[in-house]
Write a protein that binds this ligand. Structure first.
Ligand SMILES: [Zn+2]
Length: 145
């Protein structure tokens, strides 16, 4: 049996409003609760009182930035998977250097394919918090169907 969907919740951390709401809508369409934060500070406040299946994280956000936030998650709730979204390859490189172990599950370049997000991060019957996606699997050959 699947756990009730209401137990599944995603945090979207993204400073660009249109992108933030696009991401939130993808998950809400699948019945997954979604919280949004536009800065590292807001995200930390939410992370202190909620448990999330996954944090979808833009690196280039008002402080603390995405890399600092990833460190915070790594130190305070290492069981929470992070999916990084970045338009800046140098930030993604800095993140890899930060050595955050296994908390960073995926690093996606912008623009992000929303179908890919739904299938590999969270959909009705798939939760990245419960089963990591196979690395590099293209959306078309997803084993979810
Ligand atoms: Zn979930």
């Amino acid at each position: 049996m699947q756990a009730p969907l209401s137990k599944h919740r995603i945090l979207v951390v993204e400073d660009e409003p249109s992108v933030r709401w696009t991401f939130a809508l993808i998950f809400q369409r699948h019945g997954i609760e979604t919280d949004v934060a536009e800065s590292g500070r807001e995200a930390i406040a939410l992370l202190s009182r909620e448990t999330y299946c996954c944090v979808l994280l833009d690196l280039n956000i008002p402080p603390p930035d995405g890399i600092e936030l990833a460190k915070f998650i790594y130190e305070n709730s290492p069981e929470t998977p992070i999916v990084v979204v970045s338009g800046y390859p140098d930030l993604a490189a800095r993140l890899k250097k930060a050595d955050l172990g296994s908390v960073v599950k995926l690093i996606l370049d912008k623009p992000v394919d929303t179908t890919y997000l739904a299938r590999h991060v969270h959909a009705d019957h798939f939760c990245i918090g419960e089963s990591p996606p196979p690395p590099g699997t293209p959306p078309q050959s997803s084993a979810q169907i």
